[in-house]
Design a protein around this ligand. Structure first.
Ligand code: FDA
Length: 409
């Protein structure tokens, strides 16, 4: 059965200025900021509760922004696109917004802010409490299946409680996120909508995602599962200095998640397993101090025992440092500072933190995030081709884009 409601008098309760599809980080911020401006919106959210990804973010603690966020930490076909949004809604705005509602940011590392003494649940509560106080409706378990263009605007068709319902609106905000974690309700709605209306899409792929190793090397990596090494991972485009984590299927940890966003199948990544230090210098120093020291003993000061053991496959770890030949020292140096890995693939959207690519920014106004070809339609958050590094950057984009759209609907 198709039940018709007009959004200018939904159930006789309120007028609404816009419909927001997706009650995640961007949609919730948009609803709250619109409420501050006296605008009424309705959020339609597929999941049983809003903000599901906020709840699992940062291991349930929500790394809600980054002190250093700028256009430098984002991947997009147009690197400059987000500048306007980031000027309109700054990191300081995020910090003071959350402070106003009882959440103080504490820096963990590399500018990453987490709620002090609170968690991701409290972050979501800020939005749900504000939506309640501002009379912004959040309709959960509402799966949007179709949006059609009408004379005056858009007809939004959604399924809720076994019924097919419909709303009409002049302004439509698409904040349905990306493809990661399909079991949490991620959909390709934004991409399908864009295709239907012939909008350009930048090819999408999992990003901030662990990388897999298969074939003859698999067991070498598997034996190190659970071991972490501080390193610098790099390719021709970029480098990151953070921890790398070995797993039974390949590589994870922040350093690998970061480089994964810049990695393409078939490419090799370089790993410096001793950044900021010089392996040859360490060996020579040890040769001067105590030449009888085994290379394995020297390694055990730098790495886990398991790692040292595994390195025995490539290096003469059982030799005293004084007995190492020039060629062997060079081999140790080269292996430690330029360890090359050719991942077989990535762990896909099940394990990715974000989606790379999305709605091409040339379809949108950078100032308002309005779609140039579809009057009244706005795109924000992860569905747009703006992908941040690990570390709170993606939420900063989601909050900023939600804020900007709220000013313009
Ligand atoms: P978001 O995914 O938040 O919201 C989209 C909403 O739309 C969802 O609630 C979805 O159910 C709904 N939806 C989709 N299709 C629909 C349809 N057809 N009908 C109705 N509703 C629909 N970032 C960061 O900065 N710091 C961090 O700590 C983390 N941690 C983290 C951990 C993990 C495990 C993941 C997977 C991701 C992160 N992220 C992160 C990334 C961050 O969660 C992400 O960038 C933002 O949530 C994106 O906000 P959006 O509002 O765009 O999408």
């Amino acid at each position: 059965m198709l039940i018709l409601h007009k959004n200018n008098n939904i159930n006789g309760l309120m007028d609404a200025d816009a419909i927001i599809i997706g009650g995640g980080a961007c949609g919730l911020m948009c609803a709250v900021q619109a409420g501050f401006l006296g605008k009424k919106v309705i959020i339609l959210e597929k999941a049983p509760q809003p903000g599901a990804k906020i709840l699992i973010s940062g291991g349930g603690r929500c790394n809600f922004t980054n002190l250093f966020a700028s256009d430098e930490q984002f991947i997009s076909q147009n690197k400059h696109f987000l500048k306007s949004a980031f000027m309109q809604w700054t990191v300081e705005d995020t910090i003071s917004f959350f402070e106003t509602y009882g959440i103080t940011g504490k820096e963990k590392t590399l500018g990453q802010l987490f709620p002090e003494g609170k968690n991701a649940k409290d972050v979501v509560s800020v939005f749900t409490d504000l939506c309640r106080d501002l009379d912004q409706q959040i309709r959960c378990d509402a799966n949007i299946t179709e949006v059609n263009k009408t004379g005056q605007g858009y007809q939004v068709i959604y399924e809720k409680g076994g019924k097919t319902l419909q709303l009409e609106t002049a302004k439509l905000v698409i904040a349905t996120g990306g493809l990661p974690i399909p079991k949490m309700g991620a959909t390709d709605f934004a991409l399908r909508f864009a295709k239907k209306h012939s909008l350009n899409i930048v090819e999408t792929a999992p990003a901030l995602v662990p990388l897999t190793i298969t074939g003859k090397d698999e067991s070498w990596y598997a034996q190190l599962s659970g071991n972490a090494v501080f390193c610098e991972v790099s390719n021709e485009k970029i480098s990151f200095e953070e921890n790398l984590l070995f797993t039974h299927w390949g590589l994870s940890g922040p350093a690998v998640l970061q480089i994964s966003s810049y990695w393409r199948p078939g490419e090799v990544i370089n790993i410096d397993l001793l950044p900021r230090q010089n392996m040859t210098a360490l060996i020579n120093e040890e040769r001067n101090n105590n030449g009888k020291t085994l290379l394995s003993t020297l390694f055990n000061r730098l790495y886990t025992r398991k790692f040292t053991e595994a390195m025995g496959k490539f290096l003469p770890v059982d030799k005293p440092v004084a007995a190492l030949t020039k060629a062997e020292i060079e081999l140790v140096h080269h292996t430690i500072h330029l360890f090359k890995v050719k991942p077989a693939g990535d762990k896909g959207y099940d394990k990715a933190e974000v989606m790379r690519g999305g709605i091409h920014t040339n379809e949108l106004s950078s100032k308002t995030l309005a779609c140039k070809k579809l009057p009244g339609v706005y795109f924000g958050g992860e569905c747009v081709d703006v992908t941040g590094w690990l570390g709170g950057y993606n939420f900063q984009w989601a909050w900023a884009s939600g804020y900007v759209i709220a000013q313009n609907i």
